[in-house]
Write a protein that binds this ligand. Structure first.
Ligand code: FPP
Length: 242
C-alpha cells in the first residue's frame, strides 16, 4: 500500500455499506456475522478518514426500508449500533470525532434515542472529523419532511412566503435533515451493486459515485485510500464546460 499523501481529498465521503449478508453466507454463517464484521470496517474507515484529512464521513447504516427485514435481524442491528456507540465513544471523543445520527428518529426506541443524544452532546464541539450515521433514513423521507417543514413555516408566516420561495433550491437545504453538512463529494457503494437505494437523493445530485466489488466486511483502510485515489482523478464539471 502506498504511503504517499493522497491529494485532492474529498471533504465529505459517504459509504453505502452493502454485502454483509453475502459475506456471511459465503462462510456458511448467519447474516448477522456479516454485520458484526462490518463494524470492523466502520472502525477502519473512521481511522482512514482521520488519517487522510477527510472532514465528514457518513455511513448508510439502516434505511427506512430495512425496517421490513426479519425482526430478529433488525433487533440485532439496533443492538449492534448501541454496543458500538458505547464501546467506541471514548475513543471517538478523544480523537476529536463529532458523532451525529440523522434519520427518522421517531421510529427508534427511547433508549436508543437517549444513547444517541448523549453521544451527540458529548462530542458536539469536536472538529477533526464529523461522523454521520444515517439511521432509519431514506432520501425520499428527507425531501418529504423538508417540504413539510417549509409548508408549515409558510402557513405560520404567510407574509414571508415570497422570501422563503425566492431562496430557491439553495434555501431548501436548510429544511433537510442534513442542514449544515456539506453535500457528499464521493459516495462509495460496496458489494458490486450499482444503485442509490433511496440514499442521499437531493444531497447526492453532484456526488461522484464509485461502485466497488468488495463486500463491506472486507472493506478496510487500503480500500478507503484506493477510493480517495480514484476520486482524485475524477473531473468534476457540475454541468459546466471547462
Ligand atoms: C447491508 O448489507 C448492511 C446493512 C443493512 C447494515 C450495515 C450496518 C453495519 C455494518 C453496522 C454499522 C454499525 C455502526 C456503528 C454504524 P446487507 O445485509 O444488505 O448485505 P446483503 O446485500 O449481502 O444481504
Amino acid at each position: 500500500m502506498s504511503t504517499d499523501k493522497v491529494t485532492n481529498v474529498p471533504v465529505h465521503v459517504s459509504m453505502i455499506m452493502d454485502g454483509n449478508g453475502r459475506w456471511a453466507k459465503e462462510r456458511g454463517k448467519e447474516r448477522v456475522f456479516g454485520h458484526f464484521e462490518g463494524v470492523e470496517s466502520v472502525r477502519a474507515c473512521v481511522e482512514a478518514a482521520v488519517e487522510n484529512g477527510v472532514k465528514y464521513l457518513s455511513l448508510y447504516a439502516f434505511s427506512e426500508e430495512n425496517w421490513n427485514r426479519p425482526q430478529a435481524e433488525v433487533e440485532t442491528l439496533m443492538g449492534l449500533m448501541v454496543k458500538a456507540m458505547a464501546d467506541e465513544m471514548d475513543k471517538l471523543d478523544s480523537n476529536g470525532v463529532r458523532f451525529m445520527v440523522i434519520g427518522n428518529r421517531a421510529r427508534l426506541g427511547d433508549s436508543l434515542n437517549r444513547t444517541i443524544d448523549e453521544c451527540m452532546e458529548r462530542t458536539a464541539s469536536n472538529t477533526t472529523l464529523t461522523l454521520v450515521i444515517f439511521l432509519s433514513y431514506s432520501g425520499k423521507w428527507d425531501i418529504f419532511q423538508a417540504a413539510s417543514k417549509m409548508a408549515e413555516e409558510i402557513a405560520l408566516h404567510p407574509e414571508r412566503k415570497d422570501e422563503i420561495l425566492s431562496a430557491g433550491v439553495d434555501g431548501f437545504d436548510r429544511y433537510l435533515s442534513t442542514a449544515g453538512i456539506p453535500d457528499p463529494d464521493l459516495i462509495v457503494r460496496t458489494s458490486g451493486e450499482s444503485r442509490m437505494s433511496n440514499y442521499l437523493l437531493w444531497q447526492g445530485a453532484y456526488s461522484e459515485l464509485l461502485f466497488v466489488d468488495t463486500l463491506w466486511p472486507d472493506f478496510r483502510k487500503e480500500h478507503f485510500r484506493a477510493a480517495l485515489e480514484t476520486f482524485a482523478k475524477r473531473d468534476r464539471r457540475y454541468g459546466k464546460v471547462k
